[in-house]
Design a binder for this molecule. Structure first.
Ligand code: APR
Length: 248
């Protein structure tokens, strides 16, 4: 791993524009379970049953009871870990401009990154399915499930459910940033959900170096990534930033 850390430091030191794509794997060290693989949410629940827009419209109480209540408890207490802090440090060093995240936990902003594209929306806000009014999730009383808006409508997370479109602004900006970057760090994603997993492909097609940091190989590893630094994102990001700080 040492030689790959050194290679990433070289690539970042000589990079102009750097972007990152992150997934649930960057938040597991904050106590938030991933979706796939060991301990993944989709190992316990069928995503089409509780994370598809049709399921939410058909039975909002069930979705709230199973998915949203569990997520709310976890996200309300989760703190940024060393991997989030490493990306925030890179921004401060002028070595990372934008984080495109698939996560809805708000931990990149909490760590200090200032340009975060929430590709799958955010769990920090709930919105009324009738009038569209938004409420901060941390302030929503979930003693009554599903919680309701002052207009009587049912509240839902401001996140993207399966079967829904990616917010247009997020999609457009992400494609732009993927096209323009010289290096894309891809951290903690299984790269199986589209169109998020297309961003590293766009970066590669436009001549960028794609550096994958993940606990396992993914569909990107052989086809798209220049190299995979396999291991825990917290330790790897900490080492990359420490060595980069010596150089710049
Ligand atoms: N360090 C590095 N990688 C890790 C760590 C860690 N500490 N923990 C887990 N991983 C890796 C796993 O090996 C896996 O490859 O992170 C990846 C997490 O993959 P997923 O759980 O599939 O998460 P993600 O890729 O973000 O899923 C994409 O799917 O269900 C939808 O909307 C949901 O945004 C999510 C999307």
């Amino acid at each position: 791993m040492d030689d790959l850390i050194a290679r990433a430091v070289e690539d970042l030191a000589s990079a102009g524009k750097v972007a990152a794509l992150t997934g649930a794997g960057i938040s597991t060290e904050s106590g938030i379970p991933p979706f796939r693989g060991k301990g993944g949410l989709w190992e316990r629940f069928d995503p089409m049953e509780i994370a598809h827009i049709d399921a939410l419209m058909r039975d909002p109480a069930k979705v709230w009871t199973i998915l949203v209540k569990e997520m709310k408890q976890i996200v309300d207490t989760a703190q940024p870990n060393d991997a989030h802090k490493g990306l925030a440090r890179l921004e401060k060093m002028g070595k990372l401009e934008t984080v495109i995240t698939q996560n809805i936990d708000g931990l990149h902003q909490a760590a200090g990154n200032t340009d975060v594209i929430e590709f799958h929306g955010t769990f920090a806000w709930q919105r009324c399915m009738d009038c569209g009014l938004k409420y901060e999730t941390s302030k929503v009383d979930i003693s009554e499930i599903p919680p309701r808006c002052s207009c009587g409508g049912i509240l839902r997370p401001d996140a993207v459910f399966f079967g829904e479109m990616i917010p247009q602004e997020a999609l457009w900006r992400s494609r732009q940033i993927a096209s323009d970057c010289d290096v894309m760090l891809v951290v903690g994603t299984s790269a199986v959900v589209q169109p998020a997993a297309l961003m590293p492909v766009i970066a590669k097609q436009n001549g960028a170096k794609v550096i994958e940091i993940n606990a396992e190989r993914t569909p990107l590893t052989d086809e798209i990534s220049d190299y995979l630094i396999m291991g825990g994102a917290g330790e790897i990001m900490t080492r990359i930033v420490a060595e980069l700080e010596q150089k710049v």
